[in-house]
Design a protein around this ligand. Sequence first.
Ligand SMILES: Cc1cc2nc3c(=O)[nH]c(=O)nc-3n(C[C@H](O)[C@H](O)[C@H](O)COP(=O)(O)O)c2cc1C
Length: 336
Amino acid sequence: MFESLKKAYSPPMRFPIRKVDKDKCDRCRRCVEACPTYGLILDEQGYPVPHGYGPFESACLNCWNCVAVCPTGALTLEGSFAITQGRYKGTLEENMRFPEPLLGDKRPYGELEKELTEVEKVIYKRRSNRLFRKKAVPKELLHRVLEAARFAPSAGNCQPCKFVVVTDPKLIADIERDAMKVLRFLKNLYLAEKGRRPLWKNAIFSATSLVMPTKMDPRPMTAMEKADRSNDVIYWGAPAVIFVAKNTRGISNPDLDTGMATQNLVLAAHALGLGTCYIGLTIEPLNYPYMKSYRKLLGIEEPYELVTSIAIGYPKGKIDAAVKRDTPPITWIEGS
Ligand SMILES: Cc1cc2nc3c(=O)[nH]c(=O)nc-3n(C[C@H](O)[C@H](O)[C@H](O)COP(=O)(O)O)c2cc1C
């Protein structure tokens, strides 16, 4: 128990190795911009170099977005990400694989894709998009993706979701700025100062991880760092944001229903050539009393509660691509 708490603060982690082939890199900086964390920075010559964060030698979520956006194939990732001890110890198999949907068929994804359905192709190639064009998304398209959300399954068909579409850049920027004040506080609570870990911060962080285990995982801290260093940009410059709320009186598990409806929306958006990125960073602050006025503005009041938000817009360049993913445990229990 004590060990688990102690390691909650800065648990030992293994990171994938990111390598940049300078002969191939054209210094377009797309990988740096697309990285959700402060995990890639530019060196003096403008080449991307892996970067750490606070006590971690590297800041990488293993999402492969940098590889997906690289137009020249200059970036490679090897190995997996794993928290190896403590409260946030990983449960994945550390077996990174491209999509292998056809049982026993180990052909590269590019070769087997032609045998897949259109739905499967969108599922495998959708990537979180963090490079947006300034171009506004036509209302017809926003309507179209919201309509896809309406037809998601829900417990007892209770449809507990509410969607709020914001295309006002000022409101988006205001939310980012005020949410960042909370995130900055959290991040500074977590971050080691000048390489040393003040014990009182360690203790607070570890204790909070016990009460709110899903909220204090160290991984989002490095995304907060990136937002902090990018002038509070959390929505990646997207021209529209869709806030998603749940009716807290929904049947059984409205969070699950809301997630499924949102994923319908996201997949429909990618099938239509749009890019999306789930944004959770603003949600916690928005649900605090401190940001009540924004909830009022968004019309999120009893019985609704914000669950997530989606940055949506036209992607800048090619982003959707199949990448490797780790393998979660699967158990088969078959009759004889
Ligand atoms: C509930 C949820 C919240 C997320 N919040 C953020 C966020 O605040 N900022 C961000 O850049 N990405 C966010 N993401 C995107 C994840 O980082 C991303 O899905 C993950 O790294 C896998 O990459 P992929 O979506 O490209 O497959 C979030 C994803 C989910 C599902």
